[in-house]
Design a protein around this ligand. Structure first.
Ligand SMILES: [Zn+2]
Length: 552
């Protein structure tokens, strides 16, 4: 197809042109008498916003906006309440988590006996021999001071295979019957990029498997969720996210099943947030063959980046580090894929026009990923590839320089300091000043995002703000104070920067005419709040596409 020479100029002027038809429209809804934080640097504060057909018609003073009202316009007096753009969670697993909430035992409990009781209860309702599955277990949050063992699980549930996932998602805990079903014995060797743990005294399985060893179990667990269940999962998690002010989320490890679930939920009117659905590298060949690439879709469901995984996890202490974990001199973490594998999948996706997002937590993982990205750009330069570094947790000056030079986007954990404080000691005070490094990223002009990584992290945006601004955990310990940012900066990170990470900064992330009407009404103003109580600010209403998705 020949490209019309005028097309480029036409595309460049679309943003301006699209306002004209909107200006002739009459507002269906006007929110007024508000304290509106627009995240638009040209007009940072406003009182009123006019909305029509899911988009923002006008933002400004009450006088300017209210006079657009017609007899058919509904008006809502905000009573001085604070309004922010809807939050964008740039790395989360909501569709996956929704399915888990639907079927699995929530093991976010505070003792091993409480977990055993919950598993036992589920087992009584499950035919013998069928799997009992759990998720959101956290070894550092139980009062027992030791992790779950194979005998804990055998004692609780002897007649069903059991697998409990750590909330970090990189390790799991199994009972004897589960290992038997998966064909794992005391003598099974560790697979490449994975670990099957043993009791050091007896040499017997202790129940824990890490990283790629989890795949052996996954193959033995029948996938019982139907297409309808996946849609139900999206519906369930939609309500959970809307309640906290989230209006967009990037599904960071998406599959074709998730993409379908999003389309089904959207068609059924049940999708309450905009999904940017990553596609796991295992499906990339099929997607490329079908002519699909990043950006395909609409304002609600869009194909995101291809996902690669370079190293392990922060919450489970398997991230690949250049210096060992505190108190574990020989433990440097795990590399999950080789540099060659990352490159060969990366090259395919890069040439086919995909954005790439690689899970890279430790400084070694990040350096490896950057080497791959730099090579891809050197060999086949692409305009604006927006390479993503998923998590990008432990950094140093050289990494920051290279991230800036590439224009890459880090998505550091937003709620970890606050919520996962008890894990911070494994990284040490010095290293913590180089972790979740928002101050460093922003100072370098790097557009880092807000990212929960739910289920591993909590997704509450107000918790993210508190964590990023105070660097203080729930018990009052401060971790990495050099990385504190301001509330104003944290809001930008959670809104417009998230939009940029999915190439949607002209569509959302700030409240301005022409953008989608995605916003959150808060009970108190975070810019006037004591930073140590940001997490307690109530979300009163959330709107996505001009529709209230949550009302308290
Ligand atoms: Zn993740």
């Amino acid at each position: 197809m020949a490209i019309n020479p005028g097309r480029r100029e036409f595309l460049a002027s679309i943003a301006a042109v699209s306002l004209f038809p909107l200006e002739e429209e009459k507002p269906e809804l006007i929110l007024h008498n508000g304290n509106i934080v627009t995240v638009n640097t040209r007009e940072p504060r406003a009182q009123a916003v006019a909305i029509s057909r899911g988009r923002i018609l006008a933002v400004g003073s009450d006088a300017d906006v209210l006079h657009l009202a017609t007899a058919g316009s509904r008006k809502i007096n905000l009573g001085g309440k604070t309004v922010l753009p809807g939050f964008i969670d740039a790395h989360s697993h909501p569709a996956m988590a929704g399915g888990m909430h639907l079927r699995m035992v929530d093991c976010d409990l505070r003792s091993i006996s409480a977990i055993q009781a919950a598993l036992r209860e589920r087992a009584t309702k499950t035919p013998a021999g069928e799997w009992v599955l759990g998720f959101k277990y956290d070894d550092t949050k139980t009062s027992d001071g030791r992790p779950l063992s194979i005998s804990d699980l055998d004692a609780a549930v002897p007649d069903h295979p059991v697998q409990i996932e750590h909330r970090g998602g990189h390790t799991a805990y199994c009972n004897s019957l589960a290992f038997q079903k998966a064909g794992i014995s005391d003598k099974t060797p560790d697979p490449a990029g994975g670990k099957i743990d043993h009791d050091p005294a007896t040499g017997k399985l202790n129940g824990r498997v890490a990283e790629s060893a989890r795949d052996i179990l996954d193959k033995a667990i029948p996938q019982t969720l139907t297409r309808d269940d996946h849609r139900e999962g999206v519906k369930l998690i939609s309500k959970m996210l809307a309640k906290t002010g989230i209006t967009s989320a990037h599904e960071a490890q998406g599959t074709p099943t998730d993409l379908l679930a999003y389309q089904d939920a959207h068609e059924a009117g049940e999708l309450l947030y905009r999904a940017y659905c990553f596609i796991n590298y295992r499906y990339i060949d099929a997607m490329i063959a079908a002519g699909v690439r990043t950006g395909l879709g609409d304002d609600w469901v869009r194909v995101g980046a291809m996902k690669l995984v370079c190293d392990g996890s922060i919450s489970e202490r398997t991230a690949r580090l250049s210096t060992a974990y505190e108190g574990r001199p020989n433990d440097f973490g795990i590399l999950v894929m080789t540099e060659d594998e990352l490159y060969s999948y990366g090259r395919k996706a890069h040439l086919a026009g995909w954005q790439i997002g690689t899970h890279a937590n430790g400084d070694v993982g990040i350096a490896t990923t950057l080497r791959v990205y730099e090579r891809l750009q050197r060999e086949n330069p692409r305009h604006d590839p927006r390479f993503r570094l998923e998590h990008c947790t432990v950094i140093n000056d050289d990494l920051v320089r290279r991230i800036k030079a590439l224009g890459a986007i880090p998505t550091p954990f937003s709620t970890y300091v606050y919520y996962h404080g008890e894990k911070m000691k494994y990284y040490g005070a010095e290293r913590l000043n180089h972790m979740f490094a928002l101050r460093t990223f922003l100072d370098a002009g790097i557009r880092a995002t807000q990212a929960s990584d739910y289920p591993p992290g909590e997704f509450i945006p107000m918790m993210a703000l508190q964590s990023e601004v105070t660097r203080t955990d729930m018990k009052g310990n401060v971790w990495g104070p050099k990385q504190k940012i301001t509330v104003e900066e944290a809001i930008r990170v959670g809104t417009i920067n998230g939009a940029y990470a999915s190439y949607e900064e002209n569509l959302k992330g700030s409240l301005e005419a022409g953008k989608v009407a995605d916003l959150v009404v808060l009970g108190r103003d975070p810019l006037k709040e004591d930073p140590s109580s940001l997490v307690s600010i109530p979300v009163e209403r959330t709107m996505a596409g001009g529709r209230w998705t949550f009302e308290a």
